[in-house]
Design a protein around this ligand. Structure first.
Ligand SMILES: NC(=O)C1=CN([C@@H]2O[C@H](COP(=O)(O)OP(=O)(O)OC[C@H]3O[C@@H](n4cnc5c(N)ncnc54)[C@H](OP(=O)(O)O)[C@@H]3O)[C@@H](O)[C@H]2O)C=CC1
Ligand SMILES: O=C1OC[C@@H](O)[C@H](O)[C@H]1O
Length: 385
C-alpha cells in the first residue's frame, strides 16, 4: 500500500499579486500533476496592514477555514502550525523578512531575487545552516519539467559543448503611465529595476546552460561586462549583461520598454537560444516555458553530425490548471521531508553566483539602493520589525 503523502504547512507572508498566484497553486491537488508523495496545506497568511486584509486574501482563494489570518508578519512566523514561510514582499524587504522567519525557526521560500546583494544572501544561508532549516530562492522556472529536461539535454552532451547563450526576458510597457515613479518595478526604495525583477530570468537560463548543467568541478564564476539605461528614478529600465564562462559567451538582456514577444503571445519567437557544437536548443518564454525546439547543426558539405533530430516539444506545465508555481512548492516539500537544507536544483552557491553578477552590473553602473535596503543590519528601523 502506498504511504501517506508528506504534508507541508505553509505560511504566506504578504498578500500582493504573486502571493495570490502562488497560494492558488498550493491549493491545486498534487494528483492533477501526477504527484502522489507530497501535499500542501495553506495554514496561515499575514498582511502587514491588517488581519482583515489577510482574511480577505484567504477567502478570495477559498483557502480552508482552518487557515489563520494575521495582521503582522511577526505573528505569522511564530505560528506553531506553520512549517515554511513563503515570502512575497518587494525585493527591498526579502532579507529582513527571511531573517525574521529563519530566526523564528521556520523553513523559507523567498521570492526572487532572494536578497538584493550577495552579502545579505551569505548571512541568510549561514543562518539556515546553523538553524538546520531549509532555505531556497523561488526561481520557479527551474522546477518546470521542461527546464529539468533542457538541463539534462545539455549535461548529457546531446548538444555538444555549449559555446553561446542568448537569453531575453522583456516586457513592453507604457512605463511613465503604468509605473510612474512609485511602482515596485521602478522604485529604488523597493530595490526596483528591470535587472533584479526580470533580468534574473535571463540570467537563470544562462546559468542553467553554462553553470548548472556542468559538473561541479567545471563550474566557474563568469567575467561580466554590461550596459544599462536608467529610468528617471535611477532604476535600470533596460540592461544587457555579457558573461564569459571560460570562453563560452552569454548575452542576458532585459527591458521594460520593449518586449521579448511584442504581441505578448509568447509564440512564434523563442527568447532563449542555447548553442552547442552539435546543435541548438531554443526555448519559447523565459519565466514560464511551454516548448523547446532542438535543431541539429548541419552544413551541405559536412551533413548532420549529431544523433538528435529536429524536434519541437510542447509541455503542459499546469495539467490541473494554475500557473506552474506548484513544481517549486513540491520541491520544498520533498526537501523538508528529507531533511535537506537546500535544493539540488538551485543550490545556495548558484543563487549567490547569480546575485554576484547582478552586484557587478549595479557596481559598473552606480546603481545603489537607498535607506538601508542593501544593509545586512537586522532588524532595520523603518522595516516594521
Ligand atoms: N515568481 C514570479 O513569477 C513573480 C515574482 N514576483 C516577486 O514577488 C515579489 C512581490 O511582487 P508582487 O507580488 O508583484 O508585489 P505586490 O506589490 O503586488 O505585493 C507586495 C506585497 O508585499 C507587502 N509589503 C510589505 N512591505 C511593503 C512595502 N514597503 N511596500 C509594498 N509592499 C509591501 C504587501 O503585502 P501586505 O500588505 O499583505 O503586507 C504587498 O501587497 C517580488 O520579489 C517580485 O520580484 C512578482 C511577480 C511574479
Ligand atoms: O517574476 C516576475 O515575472 C513576471 C513579471 O510579470 C513580474 O513583474 C516579475 O516579478
Amino acid at each position: 500500500m502506498a504511504s501517506e503523502p508528506f504534508t507541508l504547512r505553509w505560511g504566506i507572508l504578504a498578500t500582493g499579486g504573486i502571493a495570490k498566484t502562488f497560494t492558488r497553486d498550493l491549493l491545486i491537488p498534487p494528483s492533477t500533476r501526477s504527484v502522489q508523495d507530497v501535499h500542501h496545506e495553506v495554514a496561515a497568511a499575514a498582511s502587514s496592514s491588517s488581519a482583515s486584509r489577510a482574511q480577505a486574501f484567504l477567502n478570495d482563494l477559498d483557502a480552508p477555514s482552518s487557515a489563520k489570518a494575521y495582521g503582522s508578519y511577526k505573528e505569522l512566523v511564530t505560528d506553531s502550525n506553520v512549517d515554511i514561510i513563503y515570502i512575497a514582499t518587494p525585493h527591498s524587504h526579502h532579507y529582513q523578512h527571511a531573517r525574521l522567519a529563519l530566526d523564528a525557526g521556520k523553513h523559507v521560500l523567498v521570492e526572487k531575487p532572494a536578497t538584493v546583494n550577495v552579502s545579505q544572501f551569505t548571512i541568510l544561508q549561514d543562518l539556515a545552516k546553523k538553524r538546520n532549516l531549509f532555505f531556497m530562492e523561488a526561481v520557479w522556472t527551474r522546477f518546470f519539467p521542461l527546464s529539468l529536461e533542457v538541463v539534462e539535454l545539455i549535461s548529457s552532451g546531446t548538444l555538444g559543448e555549449i559555446k553561446r547563450v542568448f537569453a531575453d526576458f522583456s516586457f513592453w510597457n507604457d512605463v511613465e503611465n503604468e509605473f510612474g515613479t512609485t511602482h515596485r518595478m521602478v522604485n529604488m526604495d523597493l530595490a526596483g529595476g528591470a535587472l533584479l525583477d526580470l533580468g534574473i530570468y535571463s540570467l537563470t537560463w544562462v546559468f542553467q546552460a553554462l553553470y548548472h548543467a556542468k559538473k561541479e568541478k567545471d563550474r566557474v564564476s563568469p567575467k561580466v561586462v554590461s550596459t544599462v539605461s536608467k529610468y528617471v528614478t535611477g532604476a535600470d529600465e533596460q540592461t544587457t549583461v555579457l558573461c564569459d564562462f571560460n570562453g563560452a559567451h552569454a548575452v542576458a538582456t532585459t527591458s521594460i520598454r520593449v518586449a521579448s514577444t511584442p504581441n505578448g503571445e509568447h509564440v512564434g519567437q523563442d527568447d532563449i537560444r542555447i548553442q552547442g557544437t552539435l546543435g541548438d536548443v531554443t526555448v519559447n518564454y523565459a519565466p514560464r516555458p511551454k516548448s523547446y525546439t532542438l535543431t541539429p547543426a548541419s552544413s551541405k558539405s559536412r551533413g548532420t553530425p549529431a544523433e538528435f533530430k529536429y524536434e519541437t516539444k510542447d509541455f503542459d506545465d499546469s495539467p490541473g490548471g494554475g500557473h506552474g508555481m506548484f513544481w517549486e512548492a513540491d520541491e520544498c516539500a520533498r526537501c523538508v521531508r528529507d531533511g535537506k537544507l537546500q535544493s539540488a536544483v538551485i543550490e545556495w552557491k548558484e543563487s549567490e553566483e547569480v546575485l554576484r553578477v547582478m552586484d557587478v552590473v549595479r557596481k559598473q553602473w552606480g546603481i545603489v539602493y537607498p535607506g538601508g535596503v542593501e544593509s545586512v543590519e537586522y532588524p532595520l528601523e523603518g522595516f516594521g520589525l
